[in-house]
Design a binder for this molecule. Structure first.
Ligand SMILES: [Zn+2]
Length: 122
């Protein structure tokens, strides 16, 4: 009898753990989405082409809604470029490939600089 009870407690603990894990995963994904462009992955800047905008994945002109499922954070450059294109066309566009390459090459030297500075006086 006590064995059944402890099994139920174990199941409840496991369910609680899983629910918290799921919630944490969603929260951290949302935090990441608030920091980086959904399309090109650039870290948002306070101004300029890298500043944060809200993009409709399916444009409103094509029947997209304002529901959260249809909204993502995108940098200004991607948002401007995407405009009324549908997502599939934009994701496979040459412009986005170039933009991603550009973002990556910009990110690498910054990481290297941080490592070098950390190695010296700090
Ligand atoms: Zn972008």
């Amino acid at each position: 009898m006590s064995q059944l009870g402890s099994r139920r407690r174990w199941k409840e603990a496991r369910a609680t753990f899983r629910a918290r894990w799921r919630a944490w995963r969603v929260a951290s994904r949302n935090r990441a989405m608030a920091r980086e462009c959904f399309y090109c992955g650039v870290a948002f800047a306070p101004e300029g082409p890298d500043h944060r905008t809200v993009d409709h994945r399916v444009p409103k002109s094509q029947g997209g809604t304002d529901s959260l499922r249809n909204l993502v954070f995108a940098c200004y450059a991607c948002n401007q470029r995407k405009r009324d294109q549908d997502e599939e066309a934009f994701l496979t566009s040459e412009w986005l490939q170039r933009r991603r390459d550009d973002v990556e090459t910009r990110a690498v030297p910054a990481a290297r600089r941080r490592r070098l500075n950390g190695g010296r006086s700090g």
